[in-house]
Ligand binder design. Structure first.
Ligand SMILES: *Cc1c(COP(=O)(O)O)cnc(C)c1O
Length: 413
């Protein structure tokens, strides 16, 4: 194509059917997309190019914790962009220093490293765990234990960490050293961990991607005890559970257990890409100049958005709000499901605003589709789990509306 035509075409807004056509033709075929293209959002609501209104109870997969077009986030982006947006980590970065202090003040960690995504934060966590033992001369302590059905991201190391064969098979040989035990199987965990070889145990306290599977206190306590006994490090992947989603600021606070290392991402930028790896000083001290790094990670723009997002979560106590609204939403979903003719919903489970409905039959995709048609976006996991991750700012009326739409979708089966 002629370059001048290309330049002119690149600036011209597409129609919905052109978006679909271009996507099919030019974009990698990696996503099973719903036939919707959004144009803008406001709080919990998204509007399609055709003007149709949707309640966003998927929340960008737990990313849009503060809703869409939140003035605090938009304001932080604008004001920082007008100063400067990038600065190499070879210089001090004021918004980064401020973000690090706040994260340390509110958590069990002593130090912070900022990166660009959840997978990157988990990579940093594994590298830190390895170098911690390496620098102490424990070179054989390089094995990581994670859970079956976990999800830790899409990089090659995180594919090995993730306990799901479907994400691993095509990418063999995987990075060695990862083994998996079923969530809540204390016996299997005990057999998998050894003093000679285990570098770390890495867990989600609630598995999100595989359908809101909650770790039992006994399992988390056993992991902490094993780490204490063998010198392995306890890593929590709080990419999804972190910063209020579960009704507490951090998922580990439900258990009275403090990890040596934990990671954050999704809610931290409220939609802007940012990740964080945090650790206790004893462990964090293993990282010295040159051991790890990032070109974009910790840039002034991302950090200023992180500061704004944290400011709002802490200022408005959105974690407490998530606990309250989550209880309300789960109650409303149970009531709506209870009315369904054959009781097809076997369970509504979750913590805070991280919620799943389990069906007795493979109807999740159909329920999701019906709810979408009725103007409410939710997720499905496999064929029999529906997932809801609304913004922590969701209103009572929006909760009631979503529950009515869910009830109607279930009844229409
Ligand atoms: C989403 C998610 C990730 C991956 O985050 P990316 O930003 O997509 O790399 C990792 N761990 C958990 C628990 C997640 O939910």
């Amino acid at each position: 194509m002629d370059i001048n035509n290309s330049i002119a075409a690149a600036g011209k807004k597409l129609t919905f059917s052109e978006v679909v056509e271009y996507n099919e033709k030019y974009y990698f075929n990696l996503f099973a997309r719903a036939p919707i293209c959004f144009e803008r959002g406001e709080g919990t609501v998204l509007y399609g190019m055709d003007g149709k209104r949707y309640l966003d109870f998927l929340g960008g997969l737990a990313v849009n914790a503060l809703g869409h077009n939140n003035p605090a986030i938009t304001g932080a982006i604008k004001s920082q962009a007008e100063k400067f947006i990038h600065c190499t980590n070879l210089y001090y970065i004021e918004p980064q220093a401020r973000l690090a202090k706040t994260l340390v003040d509110i958590s069990c960690a002593d130090r912070v490293f900022i990166c660009n995504s959840g997978a990157e934060a988990n990579e940093a966590a594994i590298k830190l765990a390895k170098i911690f033992h390496y620098k102490a001369g424990r070179h054989a302590k390089n094995k990581i234990v994670t859970a079956t059905d976990s999800f830790h991201g899409r990089t090659l190391a995180m594919v090995a960490a993730t306990g799901q064969v479907k994400y691993q098979k095509p990418y063999a040989p995987l990075l060695p050293g990862f083994s998996h035990v079923p969530l809540n199987d204390v016996g299997a965990l005990r057999s998998a961990v050894s003093e000679e070889e285990t570098c770390a145990i890495m867990l989600e306290v609630i598995q999100g991607e595989s359908g809101v599977n909650i770790a039992e206190p006994a399992f988390i306590e056993a992991a902490a005890e094993l780490c204490e006994k063998t010198g392995a490090l306890l890593i929590f992947d709080e990419v999804q559970t972190g910063l209020g989603r579960t009704g507490k600021l951090f998922g580990y606070q439900h258990y009275g257990v403090e990890p040596d290392i934990f990671t954050l991402a999704k809610a931290l930028g409220a939609g802007f890409p940012i990740g964080a790896m945090l650790a206790k000083e004893r462990v964090a001290a293993a990282f010295e100049p040159g051991d790890h790094g990032s070109t974009f990670g910790g840039n002034p723009l991302a950090c200023e958005v992180g500061n704004a997002s944290l400011g709002l979560i802490l200022g408005e106590k959105l974690h407490e709000r998530a606990a309250e609204k989550g209880a309300m939403l789960m109650g409303a979903l149970r009531a709506a499901a209870g009315d369904s003719a054959d009781g097809i919903v076997s369970e509504v489970r979750g913590r805070g605003l991280m919620i799943a409905a389990q069906f007795k039959k493979p109807v999740a995709v159909e329920v999701k589709g019906r709810m979408q048609d009725a103007g409410c976006l939710v997720g499905s996991v496999g064929d029999s789990i529906m997932r809801m991750l609304p913004p922590l700012t969701v209103s009572d009326d929006e909760i009631k509306e979503a529950a009515v739409i869910f009830g109607a979708a279930v009844k229409a089966l």
